[in-house]
Design a protein around this ligand. Structure first.
Ligand SMILES: Cc1cc2nc3c(=O)[nH]c(=O)nc-3n(C[C@H](O)[C@H](O)[C@H](O)COP(=O)(O)OP(=O)(O)OC[C@H]3O[C@@H](n4cnc5c(N)ncnc54)[C@H](O)[C@@H]3O)c2cc1C
Length: 408
């Protein structure tokens, strides 16, 4: 690294955000990725960029950093269907933008490609299909390494208008939630597994059966997708001179897995740290760690309850909305590090996180993938089995499966 150029491992959201800021400041920047393009880790999945953990609208925040959110396609949402564990459906709603749905992948309108175009326009040199030793890099932005949780979904054609449902259901999505996102005739039904299962297909099939029973989808499967999340709290975010950003730094939302905002924000902060505009370690601890800790405390509590706790949470959410006139207020409260969460923190650390030394020498407190519980074993419904068979036929005719249990 002797010269003045800067080297970044990983051309995903965090790496490209950092690269763009550095190149805009006049630095020579090289980004290295083992995959053949930015977004190749995904395959057309929809993801939501949240707008509740911090008060500035995230797109305004991006603009203030010199990043252009119009460089990729996004759809705003201010209302969702919330499916309670007993199948009651209510609607959290806000006057502002609650979140935006973006697509992940290698198509031109995907966020990964938008971030890539921004970096290239700023003069960044991106090298794909290159294995660069991390020791030769200034910023490590290589995404998740291990699994703390997985998500598994199906993408399909549908006639249903644009829509989002979030479902809290411990049976269909063990320990977590499932979701339906529909944008411009393409749907994604995804189940998140916060407890490790042998047959994730079974959970997805049954989740699809549930959504079909509630919505007129006219679903025509295209492909199945998924991925893993890596949740950890390292001792340090700068290790041996290298800045760790995004999920490579464990920066994730332990509660729901909304890691994109953390990824872009940490990439920007690392770049500013390198430019001498802030102290990265201090800024991460000031801006992101309180949110990460709140999300970890919420996750700790969620791990302790089943559907009964989910039901209470969903009811409280709606009660809070009625009282305050804003469905987003509850989500903001979930991430505010109040005295209760602060008092719980030692129990969270002891009860949910495990100390580990990573191969690069960093010490982290990571959230291991929890084991399956007895209640995760159940017989699939007739419709769930049919959906599984339908997928087998679609797959044999050439449909892609871009994530398997063995990838977790
Ligand atoms: C199925 C699924 C659904 C999700 N849904 C949401 C959501 O709705 N909202 C949300 O906010 N977040 C969501 N997330 C999380 C979000 O995708 C991540 O937190 C975010 O992409 C992390 O950004 P990153 O920059 O750390 O990693 P990435 O954007 O994944 O980039 C990492 C890059 O590093 C590259 N790389 C890996 N190893 C190496 C190496 N050794 N050398 C060089 N390059 C390497 C990869 O190819 C990749 O391009 C979801 C994740 C999954 C898996």
């Amino acid at each position: 690294m002797g010269d003045n150029s800067l080297h970044i491992l990983g051309a995903g959201l965090s790496g490209l955000a950092a690269a763009t800021i550095l190149a805009n400041a006049g630095k020579e920047v090289h980004v290295y990725d083992i995959r053949k393009d930015s977004g190749s880790r995904f395959d057309g999945d929809f993801q939501g960029i949240e707008n509740w953990t911090s008060s500035p609208d995230f797109f305004d925040e991006m603009r203030s950093w010199g990043l252009n959110p119009e460089s990729f396609k996004s759809n705003d949402f201010s209302v969702v269907d919330l499916a309670h564990p007993d199948d009651v459906i209510t609607q959290p709603i806000t006057e502002s933008i609650a979140f935006r749905v973006v697509e992940r992948g290698t198509d031109e309108h995907c966020i990964d490609q938008g971030m890539k175009r921004m970096a290239l326009d700023a003069g960044v040199n991106i090298h794909y299909e290159i294995r660069k030793p991390p020791e030769e890099c200034n910023i490590i932005a290589a995404g998740p390494k291990e699994s703390s949780a997985v998500a598994f979904g199906e993408i399909f054609h549908t006639d249903h208008p644009n829509h989002v449902t979030l479902q809290l259901n411990d049976k269909l999505a063990p320990g977590a939630y499932s979701y339906l996102i529909i944008i411009d005739g393409i749907g994604l039904i995804c189940t998140c597994l916060w407890r490790q299962q042998k047959k994730s297909g079974k959970y997805l099939n049954e989740t699809i059966a549930w959504y079909e029973s509630k919505y007129e989808l006219n679903r025509r499967p295209i492909k199945r997708v998924g991925g893993k999340g890596d949740f950890s709290l390292p001792k340090k975010y700068i290790h041996e001179g290298r800045y760790y950003v995004g999920e490579a730094g464990g920066l994730q939302d332990f509660m729901w897995g909304f890691g994109m905002r953390y990824a872009i924000t940490s990439g920007v902060l690392a770049a500013k740290g390198i430019l001498g505009e802030c102290d990265y370690e201090i800024e991460i601890r000031r801006r992101l760690i309180p949110l990460v800790k709140s999300s970890a405390t919420n996750r700790f509590l969620l791990n302790r309850v089943g559907d009964r706790g989910f039901k209470l949470a969903a009811r409280y959410w709606m009660w809070d909305q009625k009282r305050k006139g804003d469905g987003l207020a509850f989500l903001r409260w979930l991430y505010s590090p109040g005295i209760f969460r602060k008092l719980l923190w030692p129990f969270v650390k002891f009860g949910m996180l495990r100390k580990k030394q990573l191969s690069d020498g960093r010490m982290v407190n990571r959230m291991p993938f929890r084991k399956a519980l007895k209640r995760d074993s159940w017989e699939p419904s007739a419709r769930g089995l049919e959906i599984g068979k339908q997928w087998d036929v679609v797959r044999k005719s050439g449909a892609k499966l871009s994530f398997k249990e063995s990838d977790a």
